[in-house]
Ligand binder design. Structure first.
Ligand code: UDP
Length: 240
């Protein structure tokens, strides 16, 4: 029964890096299939799932800006297009296992996907479809983390679940410092004042201003996506 879960509607943010897995290719089909399977289990429970996909596995605007005269806006539009590729890959994977899925893009690509229409996105969710938001916010100089916070607020989802390749937020870089501790609970203020690399400032302050909790967790651990969506304790919870 739907009432027994912590969240009724969630916004899952899947970074491009997470989609790449440890493969040489840009996208690891095993990762997308694992995401699809876990999302399938929770949509069957009646939890509504919207997804924002990143594009960093293919193209990250900020690291290309400046190369051969590429201005930041052009680089960012390429980055946004990269997220559309990931979205279509994920949609095809989800539909291959029978999850009805719609992709909505922040700028029009109507032969490929629906344009973002807030009320229509909500309607899809109510009908049990998974909605994948692609092309970020549609604006250069932003990130897909900000798109996740924005869409979460717009569709009245209750939480941003940020799926990454690390277990959560640490007090130091766990790859360099073996004694780095996983922080299970953080306030928005702790994240911004200690400059913990969770999300960019625009994204985290948007969550703070709208009282949207953020869960940062590791998607490469089997079962974690479903756990996070069901509101079970995983990774780091940012709120308050
Ligand atoms: N991007 C953008 N505006 C947005 C979202 C994304 O310009 O609202 C561009 C930006 O160049 C970014 C790229 O798309 O580097 C890929 O998104 P992001 O880096 O957020 O993906 P992730 O880190 O989640 O893989």
């Amino acid at each position: 029964n739907e009432q027994s879960y912590r969240w009724q509607r969630v916004l899952l943010k899947v970074s491009g890096e997470a989609l790449a897995g440890d493969q040489m290719q840009n996208i690891d089909p095993k990762v997308t299939m694992a995401i699809a399977r876990e999302v399938a289990t929770v949509t069957r429970l009646g939890i509504e799932v919207a997804i924002v996909v990143g594009g960093g596995n293919i193209f990250r605007g900020s690291s290309w800006a400046g190369c051969s005269g590429l201005d930041r806006s052009s680089a960012d539009y390429i980055g946004m297009l990269a997220t559309v590729m990931n979205a279509i890959f994920l949609q095809a994977t989800m539909e291959s296992i029978g999850i009805p899925t719609r992709v909505q893009t922040a700028f029009r690509m109507s032969e490929v996907a629906e344009p973002y229409i807030r009320r229509r996105a909500v309607r899809h969710l109510e009908k049990g479809r998974v909605v994948i938001f692609a092309a970020g916010t549609g604006n250069p100089f932003f990130t897909t983390d900000t798109a996740a916070a924005l869409r979460c607020a717009e569709i009245n989802a209750q939480v941003v679940l940020k799926a990454t390749n690390v277990d959560g937020v640490y007090d130091d870089d766990p790859k360099r410092n073996p004694n780095a501790r996983l922080l299970e609970d953080l306030t928005y203020h702790e994240v911004t004042s200690k400059d913990l690399s969770v999300m960019d400032m625009t994204a985290i302050t948007l969550c703070q201003e709208n009282n949207i909790p953020v869960v940062v967790f590791n998607l490469s651990k089997p079962g974690n996506i479903a756990k996070a969506i069901k509101g079970e304790r995983v990774g780091t919870l940012i709120g308050g």
